[in-house]
Write a protein that binds this ligand. Structure first.
Ligand code: GLC
Ligand code: GLC
Length: 648
């Protein structure tokens, strides 16, 4: 241990022991062991963040007290979970892991409703359920719950915190880990901290970023990106009650927290541990890139943002060891990976894969996807991508301009094409998306729309074109096929498995009207879900197809972990990779076009090790007979067909 850390711990330990040992001997003993193991790291991080504060040791001690309190309150069941996870740190890399995400109210009404839907989740094979914000939030506009008024209260319309904790336990019984959002960048302006700040309490005003005139806001804004320019220009909102400009990166009612204040770090750590003690197993770190501000910078992805998360991570190892983080950094791919580390966020969205899958469907060319995945897919051991096709947010084209330039693609123009394509403006486009935050100043825009509508289902149904419907179904399954097979934790936006279309009714609701993301946050249609096991229905074709992929993956341990090698299969319309472990090798092929594609014999021999395979997707043996000359022709993929070829 670092000498300063050691000395600090020696000084702090007797006071902590005197306080907590008498309360629970065993708990204190375990706590002491974990503290000794992780204090060095925690101390180093907090010192870098807050060592310059005159009262650093006061804050350090309080952080440790919070951790000890939380550990003493942690239930025996969760302590047992901690032990299980510590013994099996790779649990989330299993090929059995399958995620689902939904808005609780839109999926099942409320917490009680969700319990009644458990069977649906287990039938689908979920092992991970992300409920988007269920916390108390302002009654009107609340950014889909991402404006949190209390991290300790469930929105009364949805249920109570006690119910949520029960649900977490129930889900766990069914093999499902509960995932919740940890909205760390801001609180709503109705949070008690904000109310106190609005009432003029200077201590609470220090929880946020507030300025009495435009001087500093103007200075900061020189380098800031506008995230929601439709809603308010710039990044600050004037509050007449206190005559101050408040930092509001997102909406005017979402106040950015001030992590330069060690008190904010600790209070949020307490909220984190509180949620862990309710049985939440994974916290999604919402808008993590924005949490640290520094004049003269973009205030995104600053080194200190990482230190804050790492310090929380160290605290979690001490007081809630099974807790995992998932980072939500929807930014340049160079930046995305910086959050992914066993000591930071063990899980991360994979926005690059998501965006490039759609890019590939639009261009019918796999080179940008293939090159980007070849160089950017690898993660540190003990970490995993959360691979997804769609989220509740817009699609931004977050590929790297340098990667694109290397292929002769101009980023700006390409994004413009992709937007036009997915807005359905480009001739021949199959997509029906809507613009989100079109910014005339910068030419920037992002795309809203459900997976099915973007994949062509809406248009095809509207035009009553059965062949086009078939192609759209195949596109949906193809994209999900990639995220299921490529390595990591696949995440289904619940409703996609039934081909949920855009819901244009959102404009009628005042709180949603200005935000096109609501178009793809449709209410789950339980009537349609009833058709899921009827193969002749549209719902049955999508659900059944997805279900077969999930089963094939679950039964094949080669899909575990994240090792994956993109291969060049000699056809620029086919995305191909190899997954390999001691037991087996899989060559995955995806035809990203509506035309048949041929794979040449030599490529098959090289990457598929011969001419005979078991296709886990179709569940059939594929053999090219050299005697009949089949093997000289190669392997044909039907429009949008994918194959997982298990090589003999
Ligand atoms: C995250 C959420 C998004 C929200 C934003 C602000 O990116 O996914 O829905 O608008 O943070 O909290
Ligand atoms: C957050 C939001 C997303 C937005 C992005 C801006 O990730 O969730 O909606 O596009 O920030 O970069």
């Amino acid at each position: 241990m670092d000498r300063d850390a050691e000395r600090s711990l020696e000084r702090l330990l007797p006071r902590l022991r005197a306080r907590y040992e008498p309360r629970d001997l065993t708990a204190w003993a375990t706590f002491g062991v974990r503290l000794a193991a992780h204090f060095d790291r925690l101390f180093g991080l907090l010192r870098r963040l807050y060592g310059g504060q005159y009262d650093f040791f006061y804050h350090l001690e309080r952080v440790l007290e919070s951790a000890a309190e939380s550990w003493l309150e942690r239930s025996p069941e969760l302590k047992a979970l901690d032990a299980r996870r510590e013994a099996d740190p790779h649990w989330f890399q299993s090929q059995r892991m399958l995620g689902g995400v939904c808005y609780l109210d839109r999926f099942a009404g409320d917490l009680a409703g969700l319990r009644a839907r458990l069977q649906y989740l287990t039938e689908l094979g979920l092992t991970y359920l992300h409920l988007m914000p269920v916390f108390r939030a302002p009654a009107g506009e609340n950014d889909g719950g991402y404006a949190v008024s209390s991290y300790r209260e469930v929105d009364p319309r949805l249920g109570s915190m006690a119910q949520l904790a029960d649900l977490a336990a129930d889900l766990r019984q069914h093999g499902i880990s509960l995932v919740l959002d940890f909205v760390i960048n801001h609180t709503s302006d109705e949070h008690t901290w904000a109310s106190r700040a609005l009432a003029g309490d200077p201590d609470y005003q220090d929880y946020y970023w507030m300025f009495s005139d435009r001087q500093m806001p103007d200075a900061y804004e020189k380098n800031l990106r506008e995230v929601f320019p439709d809603e308010h220009p710039g990044s600050f909102t004037f509050r007449p009650e206190i005559a101050r400009w408040v930092w509001t990166t997102f909406h005017t009612f979402q106040w950015d927290l001030n992590y330069r204040n060690p008190e904010v770090f600790r209070r949020m750590a307490e909220e984190m541990l509180f949620l862990a003690n309710q049985g939440v197993e994974v916290l999604r770190l919402d808008a993590v890139a924005f949490i640290w501000k520094e004049l003269g910078t973009s205030c995104e992805g600053l080194p200190e943002a990482h230190l804050v998360v790492q310090a929380w991570n160290a605290l979690a190892r001490i007081a809630a060891p099974s807790l995992l983080f998932k980072s939500e950094a929807i930014v340049h791919p160079d930046e995305v990976v910086k959050y992914v580390h066993p000591d930071e966020a063990q899980l991360s969205y994979n926005p690059l894969l998501m965006a490039l899958l759609w890019e590939t469907l639009a261009t019918r060319e796999v080179r940008l996807l293939a090159d980007s995945m070849r160089s950017r897919f690898r993660l540190p051991q003990d970490c995993a991508w959360v691979n997804y096709v769609r989220s509740h947010d817009d699609i931004g084209w977050t590929f790297s301009d340098e990667d694109a330039a290397a292929l002769g693609i101009r980023g700006f123009d390409h994004r413009r094409f992709l937007n036009d394509f997915y807005f359905g403006r480009f001739p021949g486009s199959f997509a029906r998306g809507l613009p989100f935050q079109e910014n005339p100043k910068t030419g920037d825009a992002r795309v809203s729309g459900t997976a099915a509508s973007l994949a062509g289902l809406e248009k095809a149904l509207h035009e009553e074109a059965p062949e086009a419907v078939e192609l759209a179904v195949r596109r949906i399954l193809l994209l999900y096929g990639v995220v299921l097979g490529i390595g990591g934790l696949p995440l289904i936006y619940l409703g996609d498995e039934l081909g949920t279309l855009n819901d244009y009714g959102y404009g009628a609701n005042h709180a949603e009207a200005g935000d096109s993301r609501w178009v793809h946050r449709a209410r789950f249609d339980w009537k349609r879900a009833e058709w899921r096991n009827h193969p002749s229905t549209l719902e049955g074709r999508i659900y059944g197809g997805l279900h077969r992929l999930v089963e094939a993956r679950t039964n094949c341990p080669t899909f575990a972990g994240g090792a994956m090698e993109v291969v060049d299969i000699g056809n620029s319309h086919v995305f191909a990779y190899v997954r390999q472990d001691a037991g087996a090798r899989i060559l995955a092929l995806h035809n990203m076009t509506e035309h048949e594609q041929l794979i040449a014999p030599n490529e098959l021999r090289l990457h598929g090790l011969g001419y005979t395979w078991r296709d886990l997707v179709a569940d059939e043996t594929v053999a090219l007979d050299p005697r009949t000359g089949e093997a000289n022709v190669g392997l044909t993929l039907a429009p949008y067909q994918m194959r997982w070829l298990l090589c003999a």
